[in-house]
Design a binder for this molecule. Structure first.
Ligand code: 8LK
Length: 229
C-alpha cells in the first residue's frame, strides 16, 4: 500500500488521481454534497468513518467525548487521527476521490477546539500534535482541492435539531460557533497553518434544492477537466 520516495511514505502509483476534501461545520451539508457527486459516476466517495468512532470493540468514544471532553477528548481524537490517516493512504478506487473532512481538519479544527476551550489538557494536546507532525512529515497525503461549505453557525444549529444523531443532542450553539471560527481562520483568514491545496468556498446556508443547483453550477470548478461537462 505504501512505498518510500525521497524519505516519505507514498501511496503506490496513484499520482494522477485527484483528491478533493469536503470541509465544513457540523450539519453544513457535506453529506448532501457527497451524495450529489456520488451519482455522477467514476468518483470514489468516502464519508467520515463516524460508525467507527461510535463503535470500537463495543465502546463509543464519540459519545464519551461529548459527555466528558476533558476525559475522553484524547481517546476520540487519537482514533479519529488513525481512521483519517487510513483513508488518506488507502488505494484510490476511481480517477477522482472525494472525502468528507481530512486529517487536517481533525487537527486544526477539532483538536484545536478542545484545547482552546480549555477542555483538553496541555499534555494531551502535545501528544496529538507530536503524532500529527510525525505523520505529516513522513507520509505523503496530497490533496488537490478543498471545498469549504461555508455556513452560519445558526443554520447548522437549526439543521442539527432536525437531524437527531443521538450524540449530537448535547451540542450547543457556542460549540458550532467555535468550530465555525476555526474553519474561517484555517480556510479564509489563513492564520492557522500554510495551506497545501487551493480552496473553493461554497456558501451553504440555503435549502436543499438551492444547494443541489449550486453544486451543479460549480461542478466544473470542483471536478478535474476529465469529469467536468
Ligand atoms: O462529524 C460527525 C461527528 O463527529 C460530529 O458530531 C463532530 C464529531 N467530530 C469530532 O469530534 N472530531 C472530528 C470530526 C468529527 C471529524 C474530524 C476530522 N475530527
Amino acid at each position: 500500500m505504501l512505498s518510500s520516495s525521497q524519505g516519505k511514505l507514498v501511496r503506490n502509483g496513484e499520482d494522477k488521481k485527484a483528491v478533493i476534501c469536503i470541509e465544513g461545520n457540523i450539519a453544513s451539508g457535506k453529506t448532501t454534497c457527497l451524495e450529489y457527486f456520488s451519482k455522477i459516476g467514476n468518483i470514489e466517495v468516502l464519508t467520515e468513518p463516524v460508525s467507527k468512532w461510535r463503535n470500537i470493540r463495543g465502546h463509543n468514544p464519540l459519545g464519551l467525548m461529548y459527555q466528558d471532553p476533558t476525559r475522553w477528548g484524547l481517546t476520540l481524537q487519537t482514533y479519529v487521527q488513525l481512521t483519517m490517516l487510513d483513508r488518506h493512504v488507502s488505494a484510490i478506487a476511481a480517477p477522482v476521490r472525494m472525502m468528507e473532512r481530512s486529517i487536517f481538519s481533525a487537527k486544526y479544527i477539532f483538536v484545536e477546539n478542545l484545547y482552546r476551550s480549555g477542555k483538553m489538557p496541555e499534555v494531551d494536546y502535545a501528544v496529538l500534535t507530536e503524532w500529527f507532525e510525525w505523520i505529516t512529515t513522513n507520509i505523503s497525503m496530497p490533496v488537490d482541492l478543498i471545498v469549504y461549505l461555508q455556513t452560519s453557525p445558526q443554520t447548522c444549529h437549526e439543521r442539527l435539531k432536525k437531524r437527531c444523531r443521538e450524540e449530537e443532542k448535547v451540542i450547543p450553539l457556542e460549540y458550532l460557533e467555535s468550530i465555525h471560527q476555526l474553519y474561517e481562520d484555517w480556510l479564509i483568514n489563513r492564520t492557522t497553518s500554510p495551506l497545501s491545496a487551493p480552496v473553493l468556498v461554497i456558501p451553504a446556508d440555503d435549502n436543499l434544492e438551492e444547494m443541489l443547483h449550486r453544486y451543479e453550477e460549480n461542478r466544473d470548478k470542483i471536478l478535474p477537466p476529465s469529469h467536468a461537462s
